[in-house]
Every structure is written in structure tokens, then in C-alpha cells.
Design a protein around this ligand. Structure first.
Ligand code: ZN
Length: 305
């Protein structure tokens, strides 16, 4: 489900610039599962939603219209199998009698998207309220003031993202293109070469739960930083090994890790380059293996530290 993150940001945003809450627009079309829940008032299977265990700080917005619904501070673990909140943002939620005659349905007040149900008097929190919300009815936007970013290029971005999205403390990932000169590049442009772009993964992480060093070590262990001209079977300039750093700290950490690897005899060719504009890739490339229910052909973890 988090594959939907792809199309949210205004393409071309400078990665170093503050992004604020600007990504509450351009919501992509609903997937069939999202439509089943949001339009036809369905329910996602319990303990299956992408946001059930999400503990990151940020804002939950309506998946269909982008209207803010809940803050992460209102989220709590009810063990009911769906994300639970004990309070909504003012005016964000509309309550309706459910056709079952017993429950109270909740909808996005702005667009009427079905969210779930609200229950009172269960005693979970002092507010005594539980909004039981389908993950697919929402989109989570991490608080940019409480997350940090890293950009890694290590061959086919499908495989690199696969590993980062599973790493502890990673809030979100996106695949895209960086390092080149063409604006709004398409996958085909980058594949043909000549754009200078490199398949890159944007990693948004919670610095309270992981670190740039931990993520950079993972980067050096999920691809071969000694291979020139590409990665695995993928040959071409778009598959180069690059750590795009956002600041001197990230650069120094990456330099130190490369030094450690060289000391162990690895002839690392990974380039350290200052981060440039990151262009998110097309939706079909986001969380590719999750959509295909597959595993990467190109990236497996090899312990090097
Ligand atoms: Zn809405």
C-alpha cells in the first residue's frame, strides 16, 4: 500500500529544501482494494494494514482527497487489528449511523471517503474514544521536522528499495532518479542513457530509531560497491554505486565506512556526491517487489562490517 507514496510530492522539489506538508495533493487514483474500502465501505483484513504498527510522528490524511484527519499523537495500540486513534483533527470526521443499526460509521468530512467506525466507552485512553480506521483509507505523511533523509544508488532501484523499506526506523521510501540534468525524466529516458540520472532510493527515517551510519552500512551490504559499470546483471550509467549526501555529516560517515571496507580489502568504487534534485519515478516502480509479491533478483545482503 505504501507504494502509493510515489506520486504525492511535487516532482522536482529540491531535496535539501524543507518540504513541509506540501505533499497533500495530487493523490493518485484509487487501487481496486482502496476503492472497495473507501467507496464501497469495505473493511481491510485485520492486522494487515500498512499503518497498524506505524509509530512515526506525522499526519494521517484522507487517501482520496488529502484532507488531514488524525495526528500521530492521537494514535494508540488497541490490539484490535486496525489503526486506532482517540481523537480527530477538528472538523475532519463525519459520523453516521451504520446500516447495521449498532455501530457509528466515520467518513472524511471533506469528501465522504469511508474510514471505518468509532467506538466510545472502551476505556483504552482517557478520551475513551477509538476511531478504528482502515489503513487503506489514509495516507501517512511523516513530520519533516522529526525525520531525516538519505539517498542511495546501488543498481536497480527496485532491489535497493526492497531492503531499505524493511529496515528498522525507516518511515518511508521512494524510488526515483538523481544526479542527472534532465527535468522530469521518465524511466525510458533514464534507461536509454544520456540523462546523467542514476536510479536512486530516497529513504526517510526516524533518527530516534536508526541512524545514517546504520543505513549506509546496509547500503554497502545489499549491493556490490566494488562493481564498476553497473550492478549485477544491470549494466549502464543509471546503475552506478553512489551515496548522495545531504550534509557534511553524512559525507564523513560514508567516507569512514568506505575506509573501513578498503581496509578489509574491498576495492570500493562507490562515489560520494552532493544530493541534487530527486525526481520520483513512476508509480509502477514504487515498492515494486511488494506489488509483485516477489524478491529481488539483484540484491541480497552480504555482511561486510
Ligand atoms: Zn477525503
Amino acid at each position: 500500500m505504501r507504494l502509493r507514496h510515489a506520486a504525492y510530492l511535487i516532482a522536482g522539489m529540491i531535496v535539501c529544501a524543507g518540504e513541509g506538508w506540501a505533499d497533500l495533493m495530487n493523490m493518485p487514483a484509487l487501487t481496486p482494494e482502496e476503492e472497495r474500502v473507501i467507496v464501497h465501505k469495505g473493511t481491510e483484513p485485520p492486522f494487515s494494514g500498512a499503518y497498524l504498527d506505524n509509530k512515526a510522528a506525522g499526519l494521517y490524511v484522507c487517501r482520496r482527497c488529502g484532507a488531514p484527519l488524525y495526528r500521530s499523537e492521537a494514535k494508540f495500540d488497541s490490539r484490535c487489528g486496525w489503526p486506532s486513534f482517540d481523537d480527530e483533527l477538528p472538523g475532519a470526521i463525519k459520523r453516521l449511523a451504520d446500516p447495521d443499526g449498532a455501530r457509528t460509521e466515520i467518513e472524511c468530512a471533506k469528501c465522504g471517503a469511508h474510514l471505518g467506525h468509532v467506538f466510545l466507552g472502551e476505556g483504552f485512553t482517557p478520551k475513551n474514544t477509538r476511531h478504528c480506521v482502515n489503513s487503506v483509507s489514509m495516507h501517512f505523511t511523516p513530520d519533516p521536522a522529526r525525520t531525516e533523509k538519505a539517498f542511495f544508488a546501488g543498481g536497480c532501484f527496485w532491489g535497493v528499495e526492497y531492503h531499505f523499506q524493511r529496515a528498522e526506523g525507516v518511515v518511508s521510501t521512494r524510488v526515483g532518479y538523481a544526479g542527472g540534468h534532465k527535468s522530469h525524466p521518465a524511466y525510458e529516458d533514464v534507461c536509454l542513457g544520456g540523462t546523467g540520472h542514476i536510479e536512486t532510493v530516497e529513504v526517510v527515517y526516524d533518527p530516534a530509531r536508526t541512524s545514517y551510519e546504520t543505513l549506509a552500512k546496509l547500503f554497502f551490504e545489499i549491493h556490490d560497491p566494488t562493481q564498476t559499470g553497473g550492478q549485477g546483471p544491470d549494466i549502464g550509467e543509471q546503475y552506478q554505486s553512489v551515496a548522495f549526501y545531504l550534509n557534511d555529516d553524512q559525507k564523513a560517515i560514508a567516507e569512514r565506512l568506505i575506509g573501513i571496507l578498503k581496509g578489509k580489502g574491498h576495492a570500493v568504487i562507490t562515489q560520494l556526491r552532493p544530493a541534487t534534485v530527486f525526481w520520483p519515478a513512476e508509480d509502477l516502480h514504487q515498492r515494486y517487489y511488494e506489488k509483485k509479491n516477489g524478491v529481488p533478483y539483484c540484491h541480497a545482503r552480504t555482511k561486510r562490517f
